[in-house]
Design a protein around this ligand. Structure first.
Ligand code: GLY
Ligand code: MN
Ligand code: MN
Length: 459
């Protein structure tokens, strides 16, 4: 377990975060970090990623550890390295040394945790070994797929309140993730003329991230089939007429994420149909970012994107009707079927391990409308929130060939005209936008997004 350096200012930040939690709950909380999942045997594990809730309050990506928080006090539970560990992994810091790095008040081995579980709330960890341990120690079902209840729900709500907006230490990390993400995208564009398959562009992009000693914050999407929203295949040949959609983000050692998408022409030049649609998506992107201000409903930003896309598609002759009316009948969702974005922080889709608790203001629920069901954030914006803005246009066969949708929108879509845009399978433009007191700051603004600037970067 490699332990990144911590600083006195980080320890101070961690103390403030714990104090904030103490101000919101009057019972202890135990947060597990999670454990290494073995691939074929324990010494060959999948890459470890500590739980984000643990990272937020403990500040270090420790595995097989837990912290107990009560009244601002931090107790760390972690076993000292086994005697054979130094042979395979080098000299490891002791429990006491780790405790000092994170400003823990008390430290003990994992076995001692058993004596401290009474009346404690927790949050379910994704790996089965850990949620089984949580369930056994707390003597109630703790399942990552089930919504929290009782004091676990109260704890989850308190953590949402704290993590919805970012403190300065978090923003420093998020800016680092954004900067490396931007460099990765530039490298991907520059690598495209020499690349024969998607995998080579992915390698160029992830190479930048790895060279900064970071990891990807989710599985990269680097594909000429952008219409497959979460495509994780990289074997397709790059053909001169293709658009390449790259959704790639860096994650810092402390776990903070970037999440950016650009779409560029493999040849270095958009066709006129590709450029037309690209500019529709970009117009939606720019309009949404211009609207971001404290107090603005994120749901209204989604509807703005839908309206701008509908307007653009009407102008191009793909949709027929009044744009506002088209949005009301969800016609935009034929081509823009997902939400305009989500919270970003320690996770891409930050806090979504808690379902919609963070994304949706209390009392609101997901709509089952075709055009709103994938809206992941439905709250008024507040300074310190970091959100993505990621409009797109896709020709998804599962949508456009669906007999029910096809008949519902038979006279709304000019199918003949649409067929002229066959070289546009998927376009998305995504940036990371911080809500400020005055409006917004695009943390990934150093990556150009106009059609001509993107062409220049490829060339
Ligand atoms: N990278 C996943 C997303 O943009 O939501
Ligand atoms: Mn995103
Ligand atoms: Mn993304």
């Amino acid at each position: 377990m490699l332990i990144p350096q911590t600083s006195t200012s980080l320890i101070h930040t961690l103390r403030l975060r714990r104090q904030e939690l103490a101000n919101l709950i009057d019972f202890p909380a135990i947060l597990w970090s999670g454990s290494n999942s073995p691939r074929n045997f324990p010494a060959n594990p999948f890459p470890f990623r500590a739980s984000s809730h643990f990272l937020y309050f403990a500040g270090l990506p420790l595995s097989n550890a837990a912290i107990r928080l009560e009244a601002g006090k931090l107790e760390l539970f972690i076993d000292d390295p086994s005697p054979s560990s130094a042979l395979w992994h080098g000299e490891m810091p002791t429990r006491e040394e780790i405790a000092q790095k994170i400003g823990a008040d008390v430290a003990g081995p994992m076995a001692e945790l058993e004596s401290w579980v009474e009346d404690a709330a927790t949050i379910a960890i994704q790996d089965a070994a850990t949620w089984t341990q949580q369930t056994q120690l707390l003597n109630r079902w703790i399942l990552p797929q089930s919504p929290p209840e009782g004091i676990d729900l109260e704890l989850a709500k308190a953590i949402v309140t704290i993590r919805l907006t970012h403190d300065q230490a978090a923003l420093t990390e998020l800016r680092k993730a954004a900067a490396v993400t931007v460099e990765a995208h530039k490298a991907g564009m520059a690598a495209t003329p020499q690349a024969k398959v998607e995998a080579e562009v992915r390698a160029a992009m992830e190479g930048v991230i790895i060279a900064h000693n970071m990891t990807t914050s989710y599985n990269s999407i680097v594909t000429v089939h952008g219409e497959v929203l979460h495509n994780e295949q990289y074997h397709h040949l790059l053909q001169p007429g293709d658009l390449l959609l790259a959704d790639v983000g860096a994650e810092t050692q402390m776990g903070w994420a970037g999440d950016v998408t650009r779409t560029w022409p493999v040849s270095g030049k958009f066709s006129s149909t590709q450029r037309d649609i690209y500019n529709v998506v970009l117009a939606a992107h720019d309009a949404c970012i211009a609207k971001i201000h404290p107090g603005v409903e994120y749901g209204d930003i989604h509807l703005l994107a839908a309206t701008v896309i509908a307007e653009g598609l009407v102008e191009l002759g793909i949709l027929q009707g009044n744009p506002q009316d088209l949005v009301e009948i969800d016609a935009h969702a034929l081509f823009f079927p997902h939400g305009i974005g989500h919270l970003l922080g320690l996770d891409v889709h930050d806090l979504e391990d808690l379902g919609d608790l963070a994304g949706y203001e209390e009392g609101r629920e997901r709509s089952d409308r075709f055009g709103l069901g994938y809206l992941r954030l439905n709250r008024p914006l507040r300074p310190g929130m970091l959100v993505t803005i990621e409009p797109g246009f896709y020709q998804v066969p599962a949508i456009l060939n669906d007999p029910n949708l096809r008949s519902k929108y038979q006279n709304i879509v000019n199918w003949q005209r649409l067929s002229e845009f066959a070289d546009v399978r998927g376009i998305r433009i995504e940036d990371d936008v911080l809500v400020t007191t005055e409006g917004s700051e695009v943390l990934t603004a150093a990556l150009p997004n106009s059609a001509s600037a993107v062409e220049d970067l490829v060339n």
